[in-house]
Design a protein. Structure first.
Length: 347
């Protein structure tokens, strides 16, 4: 007995073509192409008819072919340290929403604070001829620096501000954030102030905040105290490790600045389990203003970065560089964005 096997369907067979959509609507293929690439040049009534046909037929535009034909796609690549990190969520959303309003889409990659992984992502993105590229901070491998310098597309560095660099800068000064955190606690009367680094290796921006804190303490005649958690320890556990070891040391701090809110939450919860009063026995301060910061008990004093503003401004700058939208007038002089201290109960 033999069993007839169904013929293998060739990949792409049966895919609805642009010409079929055009025939269905009763217009030319050029008009359908214009609908996808320059929708503002198609009347509202015709856009509705084409949209209905696209939905009915299940048409999916071949973005690769379109990108090759025009030498540029409508994709913008973005490399960030951690896609799942809450600190970058508003930046990603603001960037994506702004692009989408003008027919561009975001393609994300995560470097996990690794220069090598960032380099691989940048190389892959550039191989697909994106419309623009966004990278995080100014810490890159030499190979990445070379690729960014030679890219013939708009390149933006976000979450940092180095005006001497060639890529457009949309961000803030991490060193000054560290200075502001230290001054805030000094003004509150705290003198033994510690700083806890991120357990994620490669978070060099957090080290810049550490340097700002340390210099500010030295200028006040005080000795900085920096704690480095075990490498790659999960944030809550790293915060717990820092709190336990610092508070059981020879000179327990009166206040601790954590590199991010996850670490701060882990430290604060560990202090409560140990019977310590926050801020009575030790004040706690974070960075990021994560969604849970205000819900902790006591609520977490932290620093709010302009995350949403970074995403929106970066996307707007790219769209202007591509000629998609016109600048509203004379462009403002470049300047860093501002972070804000969210004063709550923990410090």
């Amino acid at each position: 007995m033999t069993v007839d096997k169904p013929a293998r369907k060739r990949r792409g067979a049966g895919r609805v073509t642009l010409s079929q959509v055009a025939s269905h609507v009763g217009v030319s293929a050029i008009t359908i192409s214009r609908y996808f690439n320059q929708p503002e040049q198609v009347s509202e009534e015709l856009r509705e008819r084409i949209q209905s046909a696209v939905a009915e037929l299940g048409y999916v535009p071949n973005l690769v072919a379109g990108g090759l034909a025009s030498a540029r796609g409508r994709i913008v690549g973005m490399v960030i340290p951690n896609i799942s990190g809450p600190i970058f969520a508003n930046t990603i959303q603001g960037f994506s929403d702004t692009l989408a309003r003008h027919g561009y889409q975001l393609l994300l990659a995560s470097s996990y604070f690794s220069e090598e992984q960032e380099e691989n992502a940048v190389r892959a993105f550039l191989g697909w001829s994106p419309a623009a590229l966004v990278v995080t901070s100014h810490f890159h491998s030499p190979a990445t620096e070379k690729m960014l310098a030679e890219a013939d597309i708009p390149v933006v560095e976000i979450w940092d501000y180095r005006p001497e660099r060639t890529p457009l800068q949309i961000g803030f000064l991490h060193y000054e954030v560290g200075v502001s955190a230290a001054r805030y606690l000094l003004d509150k009367g705290y003198r033994r102030i510690a700083f806890v680094q991120n357990s994620a290796a490669g978070d060099f921006s957090a080290l810049e905040r550490r340097d700002g804190y340390a210099d500010t303490l030295r200028q006040a005649g005080l000795q900085p105290q920096v704690f480095a958690p075990s490498a790659d320890l999960p944030p809550f556990e790293a915060g717990k490790q820092a709190m336990d070891q610092l508070m059981n040391g020879a000179s327990p701090p009166h206040a601790i600045i954590f590199a991010n809110d996850n670490l701060a939450a882990g430290g604060q919860l560990a202090a409560q389990r140990a019977g310590l009063r926050i801020p009575g026995d030790c004040a706690v301060m974070g960075f990021g203003d994560y969604a849970f910061a205000e819900m902790l008990l006591p609520s977490l004093t932290t620093i709010r970065p302009p995350a949403l503003q970074i995403g929106q401004q970066a996307a707007t700058s790219i769209l202007q560089a591509l000629g998609v939208i016109e600048p509203p007038g004379e462009p403002p002089a470049p300047s860093p964005l501002q972070c804000h201290i969210m004063e709550r109960e923990s410090a």
